[in-house]
Write a protein of this length. Structure first.
Length: 242
């Protein structure tokens, strides 16, 4: 396949999946963000840091509208970046992915990447609404989360390549190896340093909707890239994990 065609397929699938993600977040996550920010505003009023005035609410509503309007664009940009990664991994591993067509293969890969670089790290460091978290620890929390993503992702690739050294049922050894390593890392890494003081129903709802929102991205990118790959039948020579 020509490089230009490959890039078009990857960028379109990533941008479309990012659009779906951004749109779904507006429906699923934004109501919880509004509730969390409202709690934060009430705390500012109670502490005297801000005054409950018409001017404050006009400025606040304008800022929130700007945030919501930019969420879809942000989703498209992020989706395009992740789409590039997804497309490269799919091209390299396509021949060894299970499934009798490219759509199924792409969905399998999307599921694997969703699990290893999103859901497992999410279980250790789940998303929190704006009312949870100290500004002084935001860098530390970001480093911990990204570190877990990197460890889980590279471990998945490493044990996948190791599985190629085994035959038949022995391949399951690699799966057990990945589970064992990630489990050790899961319990060895430090916990989130911030105390959760927000209402439990708000935090739980926000986390559930966050998972659903991110899941729409991975489902969409698997479907769209698989369909585009089938439609244009890419046939370029690429290095393989085999």
């Amino acid at each position: 396949m020509k490089t230009s065609l490959f890039l078009i397929i990857v960028l379109i699938s990533g941008a479309f999946a990012g659009f779906i993600h951004g749109t779904s977040n507006l429906v699923l996550v934004e109501p919880y963000l509004d509730e969390a920010i409202n709690i934060e505003n009430q705390n500012l009023f109670a502490s005297g840091e801000e005054e409950d005035t018409l001017e404050f609410w006009v400025e606040y509503e304008g800022y929130r509208e700007w945030q919501k309007g930019g969420q879809i664009l942000a989703g498209v940009i992020l989706g395009t970046s992740l789409g590039a990664l997804f497309g490269i991994v799919f091209a390299l591993s396509r021949n060894s992915l299970p499934g009798n067509n490219d759509v199924k293969k792409a969905l399998v890969l999307a599921g694997i990447m969703w699990l290893t670089i999103y859901f497992i790290p999410f279980l250790k460091y789940p998303a929190n609404p704006p009312t949870v978290g100290d500004a002084d620890t935001v860098v530390l929390r970001g480093i911990l989360y990204l570190s877990f993503i990197a460890i889980s992702g590279f471990a998945a690739v490493g044990f996948y390549k190791l599985s190629k050294a085994f035959e038949g049922k022995k391949k399951i050894i690699s799966l057990f190896g990945y589970v064992a390593l990630v489990s050790i890392v899961f319990f060895a890494m430090p916990e989130n340093p911030d105390e959760n003081t927000a209402p439990a129903n708000l935090v739980e709802g926000f986390r559930i909707m966050s998972v659903l929102g991110v899941s729409t991205f991975w489902i969409a990118i698997g479907l769209v890239l698989g369909l585009l790959w089938t439609r244009f039948n890419p046939n370029r020579e690429v290095p393989s994990f085999n």
